[in-house]
Design a protein around this ligand. Structure first.
Ligand code: GLN
Length: 400
C-alpha cells in the first residue's frame, strides 16, 4: 500500500528559490545559448594539477584526511598568504580547508552569529550571504553600493556607501561581510577602504568576514588588498578564499578559511559536523601544485587579456560598459538600447537575451533582496576566445 502521508513543515528559508546561477545555466542549456551567466571557466585546468591528484589517488591517499585539512596544504596556504599579504597565520590553529568558499562562508556565519545578532552586508551581495545569516537566526542589515551615473543617467561605476556603513555598524554589530574583488560589480577595495573599515569597527565587537575568492583577478597593475594585509582587520576577520577560481576547477569545491585561533576554534566546531573534512586526493594535488607560484602570478595577465578582448568586442554593441578592475565579470548597462526590451527588468532582459539572442547573463538585481533595478547585467568572461567571439557576434546584432 502506498502511503498517503504528505510531508508538511515550515520552511527554514521561505523566501528562497533556486539560485539565479542554476536558473540561468538551465535556461542557457534549454535554448542552446552561450552561457556567460554562471561564473565558471569553459577551458580545462592544467594537466599537471590533474596528474598530481591522480598520483595522490594511486598513492592511496583516499581515506579521511585530518578534519582541518592536510598539513601540506595548510602550510602552503600559510606560506602563500605570508608572501603575498605579509601576515603569518598558524597553519595548525588558524587555517581550515573547506568544501569551497560557500561552505566556508556558511560555517563562519553559523560559528559567530546567534539569533538576533546583526550582520551588515553591502548589496549587491553574493546570494549565499543572506540565507546563511537567516539560517543562523541573524538579522541582515543591508546597505547598498552607490551607483554613480553618467550625465545621460546610465550606471557608470560604484562607490562604497561609507555614510550608510557608519550608521549600520555599531556596538552590537556581530559581523560585517565584505567582498573584494567584488562579485558582481568587479569593484576592488583600496588600502584606504580597509583603513576606513578598521576605523568603523574599532571599539565594537564586530567581526569581519572577507570574501576574497577573486583575489588573483585584479588588473591594470593594481594590487589586491586582503584583510590579511591589514593587522587591525586580520585580528578580527575570517578570510575566505577558493582554489576553484584560481586554478580553473570550480567543480572540485575546495577552499579555505584563515582566521585568528579563537575564531578558528569556533569555526571548526561547526565544520566538523557540517562536512567533517574535504576530499583527500584534491588536497594532496593542490598542495603539490601550490608550491609553484607561477600559476597565480600569471593569472592577472591571463584574465586581463580575456577582459580586454571581450571589452573590445562589446565596444561594437550598444551596451555601456562599466569598469572592471577585478573578477572575471563584466557588467554592462543596457538601458540605452534602442529596442523595446531596454525597458525590461534586469531579470526579464536576461531571460530575453538568453532566449532570443542566444547569450546568457546574470541580472545584477539578483544580488539585492528588495527589488532594485539599475539596468545592469553581468557577463562572465572566463571563457575561451572562441566562446567570447561567438557571444560577441550575437551581441553585436543588437542595435543602439
Ligand atoms: N560564484 C559563481 C557566480 O557568481 C556561481 C557559483 C554558483 O553557481 N553557486 O557566478
Amino acid at each position: 500500500m502506498t502511503s498517503q502521508y504528505t510531508p508538511s513543515f515550515p520552511s527554514r528559508l521561505p523566501h528562497v528559490g533556486t539560485t539565479i546561477f542554476t536558473v540561468m545555466s538551465a535556461l542557457a542549456a534549454k535554448h542552446q545559448a552561450i552561457n556567460l551567466g554562471q561564473g565558471f571557466p569553459d577551458f580545462p585546468c592544467d594537466r599537471t594539477l590533474i596528474a598530481k591528484v591522480n598520483e595522490a589517488m594511486l598513492a592511496d591517499h583516499n581515506q579521511y584526511p585530518p578534519m582541518i585539512g592536510i598539513p601540506n596544504l595548510r602550510n602552503g596556504i600559510a606560506k602563500k598568504i605570508q608572501g603575498l599579504y605579509n601576515h603569518q597565520y598558524d597553519p595548525d590553529s588558524e587555517i581550515t580547508i573547506t568544501a569551497g568558499g560557500t561552505q566556508g562562508i556558511l560555517t563562519a556565519i553559523l560559528a559567530c552569529v546567534s539569533p538576533g545578532d546583526e550582520v551588515v552586508i553591502i548589496e549587491p551581495a553574493y546570494d549565499s550571504y543572506r540565507p546563511a545569516i537567516e539560517l543562523a537566526g541573524g538579522k541582515t542589515i543591508a546597505v547598498s553600493l552607490q551607483v554613480l551615473r553618467d550625465p545621460s543617467g546610465h550606471a557608470a561605476s560604484y562607490a562604497i556607501p561609507w555614510d550608510d556603513l557608519e550608521k549600520a555598524i555599531h556596538a552590537k554589530t556581530r559581523l560585517v561581510i565584505i567582498n573584494t574583488p567584488h562579485n558582481p560589480t568587479g569593484m576592488v577595495w583600496q588600502k584606504a577602504d580597509l583603513d576606513r573599515l578598521a576605523t568603523l569597527v574599532e571599539g565594537t565587537s564586530a567581526l569581519i568576514l572577507s570574501d576574497e575568492v577573486y583575489e588573483h583577478m585584479v588588473y591594470d597593475g593594481a594590487q589586491h588588498h586582503s584583510v590579511a594585509s591589514h593587522p587591525q582587520l586580520a585580528a578580527r576577520s575570517f578570510l575566505i578564499s577558493s582554489f576553484g577560481k584560481t586554478y580553473h576547477v570550480t567543480g572540485w569545491k575546495v577552499g579555505y578559511v584563515a582566521a585568528p585561533a579563537a575564531m578558528t576554534a569556533e569555526f571548526r566546531k561547526i565544520h566538523q559536523f557540517n562536512v567533517f573534512t574535504v576530499n583527500t586526493p584534491m588536497q594532496f594535488g593542490l598542495a603539490a601544485y601550490l608550491a609553484d607560484p607561477s600559476h597565480y602570478e600569471n593569472l592577472p595577465a591571463f584574465y586581463q587579456a580575456k577582459r580586454d578582448f571581450f571589452k573590445a568586442g562589446l565596444e561594437h554593441t550598444p551596451f555601456k560598459l562599466l569598469p572592471t578592475p577585478g573578477t572575471y565579470f563584466q557588467c554592462v548597462d543596457y538601458s540605452g538600447l534602442d529596442i523595446p526590451e531596454a525597458k525590461l527588468s534586469e531579470a526579464d532582459f536576461c531571460q530575453w537575451l538568453t532566449t532570443n539572442v542566444g547569450v546568457a547573463a546574470i541580472p545584477v538585481s539578483a544580488f539585492y533582496d528588495k527589488p532594485t533595478e539599475s539596468g545592469v547585467i553581468r557577463f562572465c568572461f572566463a571563457k575561451q576566445e572562441q566562446t567570447l567571439s561567438a557571444a560577441l557576434q550575437r551581441l553585436q546584432t543588437l542595435t543602439r
